[in-house]
Design a protein around this ligand. Structure first.
Ligand SMILES: Cc1cc2nc3c(=O)[nH]c(=O)nc-3n(C[C@H](O)[C@H](O)[C@H](O)COP(=O)(O)O)c2cc1C
Length: 303
């Protein structure tokens, strides 16, 4: 029997495959397609304190090997989440992570403070990196100082582990990663989407109402993989890698490059069974290679 479990230190996952925020609804939407108990875990859609509409349509456009979204983080807010969704998620035997959003640091903290009262959440993933929401300033993950202040405030407020989700839209992602670690993050996840756009040449209008959106899917994988490798080589806390993972092979590339676990996003829109298929492909690879514990593969890149 291959042991697919991975230990993040503060959290043990039954396997390294996690559904990525914003592509996995509140988890329940995937119940008709897959057995959620088989997953390493999933991250629910980003939650602000209050309900939000998101951006007007059109807010999704396909590009070669990619998807640009400017959804703008619609959501039901923490109160409805705790009353209507969380009790239904508690029956599953998998790791549930809440993606936390905020228009400012105080809002991130108030989301966490509210949710801390409820059982059934293993960790918070701090979305300091969404590229397609209008905020007064820029999202915190674009600067080491703003990352430090957001992560340290939330860490102080939370009784649960904090995973800081980093942006690829920076010159030096390692600097931001080190700031998040210094501020007390228990783990890092990377990357969020790449700021992008598409133009309709007939109307000469942007294809997205928001003009810009975030690019995800296979188009970003080589860059996201490079960033994951760079960050995993510099921080001591665990790194969760993502960006364009469609197959077991993609997930293995991230793990060999240093990721302790992976998140699967856009693939869920192509095939809602992607996560469980990837888990099976990881098992087959390990069996074929005579690997008893998948953990032994992490960070084994022969450079
Ligand atoms: C439609 C859509 C919605 C997303 N919503 C969120 C979100 O609410 N919070 C977040 O942190 N990331 C969000 N993301 C980013 C994904 O979680 C992930 O970081 C990114 O898509 C890269 O992974 P992928 O190439 O496997 O999709 C969203 C991505 C997509 C495509």
């Amino acid at each position: 029997m291959t042991d697919l479990s991975v230990d993040l230190g503060f959290l043990k996952l039954k396997n390294p495959v996690i559904g990525a925020s914003g592509t996995f609804g509140y988890g329940l939407e995937f119940e008709p397609y897959i057995d959620l108990n088989r997953l390493g875990g999933f991250v629910v859609k980003g939650l602000y304190f209050s309900p939000r509409e998101g951006n007007p349509p059109p807010r999704l456009v396909e590009t070669p090997s990619g998807l640009i979204n400017a959804i703008g983080l619609p959501g039901i807010g923490v109160k409805r989440f705790s009353e209507e969704i969380l009790p239904r998620l508690q029956k599953f035997n998998t790791t549930i992570i809440v993606n936390v959003c905020g228009e400012n640091n105080e809002e991130y903290a108030s989301v966490v403070e509210f949710l801390d009262k409820y059982d059934g959440i293993a960790a918070y993933e701090l979305n300091i990196s969404c590229p397609n929401v209008e905020q007064d300033g820029l999202c915190p993950a674009l600067s080491p100082e703003a990352t430090f202040s957001a992560v340290s405030l939330v860490k102080k407020t939370s009784s649960r582990p904090i995973i800081a989700k980093l942006s690829p839209n920076v010159t030096d992602v390692v600097q931001i990663a080190l700031s998040a670690e210094e501020a007390g993050a228990d783990a890092l996840s990377l990357v969020n989407t790449f700021l992008a756009m598409a133009v309709d040449i007939e109307t000469r209008k942007p294809k997205l109402s928001n003009i810009y959106g975030g690019l995800s899917g296979p188009a970003i994988k080589p860059i996201a993989l490079r960033m994951t490798h760079q960050v995993a080589g510099r921080v001591k806390i665990p790194v969760i890698g993502m960006g364009g993972i469609l197959t077991g092979q993609d997930a293995l590339e991230y793990m060999i490059a240093g990721a302790k676990a992976v998140e699967v996003g856009t693939a869920n829109f192509i095939d809602p069974e992607s996560t469980v298929k990837i888990i099976e492909e990881l098992r087959e690879y390990c069996q074929k290679k005579g690997i008893d514990r998948i953990e032994t593969l992490i960070g084994t890149l022969q450079a």
